[in-house]
Design a protein around this ligand. Structure first.
Ligand SMILES: [Zn+2]
Length: 402
């Protein structure tokens, strides 16, 4: 089992020393990469330009078997003597920001401001930095490492990149353990995969003229009633369970009775059971609002209907307390004198965790804030502590000898 002495042994190796020195000295280069990357648009389902950027970087870093799959996930391998299984390290390429968002990065001292600069330009850069450091120091871990820039982590991406990787024959068999790098910081590691379900709920009616068709049920009103009911639901503190109504749209003009109204709803819980209950409550609220519609409109020619479409489903899962990756993260954090805490989150690690593989998500170092807003920032101060942490965790996972 990996102990703190084992981490100290790895950290004292000459090649590891030179890798750590590289990480410390290249900060200005990492900053350039991070700005460059953040300025490439990567909305969900539009990550291609970033995939290309990363592929070129993987080639420049001298990784082997650099390739891209049909979704745009990018892979580069650091080979070892023994073939299998690989340790994976991944960072998502996508952002929440739609095409057309102003992405220009601005620096103020050690701080960079740009949408997506922490989540997840910082993660991609950290992964690339560590890959470069390992190659530069000619470190040959006992088992190979696959570096992955994946698509589809955010929102409606619904973890499609990671799902694709772990449903492919090639990678699902090859990758034994996955370390996900997402966002800034060094103070947490994910031990529980937060489950989430997302729905698009819609009311549809015949619509009509505001004056001559007055009395026809209004989908916007029905949806509002359903959402108002739903937002009164009491969710437990423990296991923490939450919901959000994030998007509403519908209607054509002020003098038209709308034909449809739609909302997007996000449900989250540490417990699959609570998630199920919340989903049932959402259906009940839709149904209750619908039954308030006069029967003639529900059953007659001018039908009022509602639909609930799932648009996202992230499995809830948990790392067993005896997991090797947990012991390694804790030993590395003790070695680096980092005070970290376990965290419950919904990340790319949900996918391997739900398949019974060991995985966790950690930050890329530095500090950050304003995630998912236009005011997002990353502070580069002490970034190398986070990079050191990633490097040592990886080497402890793979094993390495002088
Ligand atoms: Zn992220």
């Amino acid at each position: 089992m990996p102990s703190q002495q084992e981490i100290a042994r790895i950290a004292e190796m000459r090649a590891v020393h030179s890798a750590l020195l590289f990480l410390h000295n290249q900060e200005m280069e990492f900053r350039r990469w991070q700005r460059e990357l953040a300025e490439i648009p990567a909305p969900p389902f539009g990550e291609a330009a970033r995939s290309e950027w990363l592929e070129a970087r993987f080639v420049a870093a001298d990784l082997e078997d650099v390739q891209r799959d049909e979704l745009g996930n990018v892979f580069g391998i650091l080979k070892a003597q023994s073939a299998q299984p690989l340790v994976g390290v991944s960072a998502h390429l996508d952002t929440v920001f739609p095409l057309g968002t102003h992405l220009e990065a601005r620096e103020d001292g050690n701080r960079i401001f740009a949408p997506g600069i922490s989540d997840n330009a910082a993660g991609v850069v950290a992964m690339l930095a560590v890959a470069s450091a390992l190659k530069r120091a000619e470190l040959r871990p006992a088992c190979g490492i696959v570096f992955i820039g994946n698509v589809g982590e955010e929102g409606e991406g619904n973890l499609r990149g990671m799902r694709q990787i772990f449903s492919s024959k090639r990678w699902s068999q090859a990758i034994g353990t996955l370390l996900v790098v997402d966002g800034a910081g060094t103070d947490t590691y994910v031990t529980q995969a937060l489950g989430s379900r997302r729905f698009e709920v819609t009311f549809r009616g015949p619509g009509g003229h505001s004056w001559s068709d007055f009395g026809v049920p209004n989908p916007i009103v029905l949806l509002s009633r359903a959402l108002a009911r739903f937002s009164d639901v009491a969710t437990p503190e423990n296991p923490r369970t939450t919901f959000n109504i994030g998007v509403v749209h519908g209607g054509t003009s002020v003098n038209s009775i709308p034909e449809s109204a739609t909302a997007r709803v996000d449900l989250r819980s540490a417990s699959g059971e609570e998630l199920q209950k919340l989903e049932e409550r959402l259906r009940e609220c839709m149904n209750e609002a619908w039954t308030e519609v006069p029967v003639v409109f529900r059953a007659g020619e001018a039908k009022v209907r509602f639909t609930i479409e799932p648009i996202g489903d992230r499995p809830a899962a948990e790392l067993p307390p005896e997991a090797r990756i947990l012991k390694i993260v804790r030993a590395v954090d003790a070695h680096l004198r980092i005070k970290s805490i376990p965290r419950l989150a919904s990340t790319d690690a949900n996918v391997p965790l739900s398949l019974g593989k060991e995985a966790t998500t950690i930050g890329a170092g530095g500090d950050g804030g304003g995630a998912h807003t236009l005011r997002e920032w990353f502070d580069c101060t002490n970034r190398d502590l986070g990079l050191k942490r990633i490097l040592l965790i990886l080497l402890a996972l793979t094993g390495v000898h002088e």
